[in-house]
Design a protein. Structure first.
Ligand code: SF4
Ligand code: SF4
Length: 441
């Protein structure tokens, strides 16, 4: 993978390693249809914080008419990478590729302040390493169970600390015992498929009940589930934040592991990871050893709702009385065009009443590490979404991404209803096992 030394600068501010492609930039005809779907434009009404404005800034930089300075970079840092602008665009501008390339350029060529650099490094060195996340479980459990967390919140200590620290505290889920997924879970009844299961990093450590539910549902539907324990982070957080080399290394390792597992499909229950893995062919397109393998790997990836919607249901769905508000994760609805599949899974459960959340295309503010590095905008978006959900009077919110789950949980806790949030697959799992809603809360 190229770096600063091997990539001489172009006449503009970008280096020559995969700058945002001019032909993609030129597809933008400045019509503005994307503006209403862009969360940062909705919040601030600033042209340069809209997709059209950001594409214009890329063009200026490419033509050597803009500097990569703090102001220029801030408009890209404030982008959630939610991709709501893509389905709204009649010209088919591939904004995802543009922002990915721009962010990689920023991380290579822009000198961030020391504190910010350290903070970002700490996040990547922790969130992409399941072993390190696992080491945090006990101290965090003590922090929560000893009453220290409540005491610090009660005295308002977090108001004195940087906002990102308060954001991390608010996002922290209740630490629960780990429900490990076996390396091989046999299919129930006659085997219909052999599938791989991506375990994720945060999901494996702090939301392991989601992985356990996914493996049970897949097995109940006749799938043998292979969950290689040696799998690493897939690199989604890195690619979304412009850490391209780190992302590529993690992508190669994920490909190696699942090639060995010899599975026909790789099932993913985290929308952010799924959208990344489906794009590995693009990320590794210039890697002579991995380009073809990455394309083959990407073609096998399916979100769990997508996979189950294609597989005719075999296991009996038992009643589960619940008013369920479904939240579309951006990396499911915009990046993977998956909207109907999770709704159809929920509709298969007798007793479930499905509720639609207004402003569904607008991001909840989670967006990878966005809610930690841009806590103010993320909080505004989270509060906006939480108020819309609270008005629905739902028993539970279902979603398909761990980042959204934690973000909504934290935002809803501030409303007077505090509606619980779960992964869609947990509701299906409860139905297949004949358990009540409270078993998953
Ligand atoms: S990715 Fe999301 S935040 Fe960024 S420009 Fe597009 S709609 Fe706006
Ligand atoms: S909708 Fe597409 S073409 Fe129109 S301004 Fe937005 S990105 Fe450009």
């Amino acid at each position: 993978m190229a770096n600063e030394k091997t990539n001489p600068p172009l006449p503009g501010v970008f280096d020559s390693h995969e700058p945002p492609a001019q032909e993609l930039i030129e597809q933008c005809v400045h019509c503005g249809f994307c503006l209403a779907t862009c969360p940062t434009y909705v919040l601030w009404g600033e042209e340069m914080d809209s997709p059209r404005g950001r594409i214009y800034l890329m063009k200026m930089a490419l033509e050597n008419k803009a500097e990569m300075n703090e102001k220029w970079v801030s408009h890209f840092d404030s982008c959630l990478g939610c991709l709501a602008c893509m389905p709204a665009c009649p010209s088919g501008v591939e904004y995802g590729k543009l922002i990915e390339a721009t962010r990689a350029q920023i991380e290579r060529n822009f000198e961030r302040g020391t504190a910010e650099k350290l903070h970002r490094r700490l996040l990547f060195e922790t969130f992409t390493k399941p072993n390190r996340l696992n080491l945090l479980r006990w101290p965090l459990l003590v922090y929560q169970k000893s009453g220290l967390q409540s005491a610090l919140r009660a005295v308002g200590l977090f108001y004195l600390l940087p906002k990102s620290v308060a954001a991390m505290d608010e996002l922290l889920p209740q630490v629960k015992p780990v429900e490990a997924v076996a390396a091989v879970t046999p299919a129930q009844g006659e085997r219909r498929k052999r599938v791989g299961l991506l375990l994720g990093c945060v999901q494996r450590t702090f939301l392991s009940q989601v992985n356990a539910a996914t493996a049970r549902v897949l097995a109940a539907e006749g799938c043998e589930v292979i969950a290689p324990p040696e799998q690493t982070c897939c690199g989604a957080l890195c690619v979304h934040a412009g850490e391209q080399e780190r992302a590529a290394a993690l992508a190669r390792s994920t490909i190696d592991v699942f090639e060995k597992a010899d599975v026909g499909t790789i099932v993913i229950n985290a929308a952010g990871c799924g959208s990344n893995l489906k794009q590995l062919g693009h990320l590794l397109r210039n890697d002579s050893q991995y380009a073809d393998r990455a394309r083959r790997f990407a073609a096998k990836c399916k979100d769990v709702s997508e996979f189950l919607a294609e597989l005719s249901p075999r296991a009996e769905r038992k009643p589960l009385a619940a008013r369920v508000a479904f939240h579309d994760s951006c990396h499911l609805q915009h990046a993977q065009a998956i909207r109907m599949q999770p709704r159809s899974l929920l509709a298969q459960i007798p007793g479930v009443e499905l509720l639609e959340i207004p402003e569904a295309p607008i991001c909840c503010g989670s967006a990878g590490i966005y809610n930690i590095v841009q806590p103010e905008a993320a909080t505004q978006l989270g509060d906006r979404k939480a108020n819309l959900i609270a008005a629905l009077n739902a028993d539970v919110v279902a979603t398909g991404n761990p980042g959204c789950l934690l973000q909504l949980q934290s935002a809803l806790a501030k409303t007077n209803r505090s509606t619980p949030v779960v992964h869609t697959i947990q509701l299906l799992d409860a139905s297949l096992r004949g358990l009540p809603l409270k078993s998953v809360l």
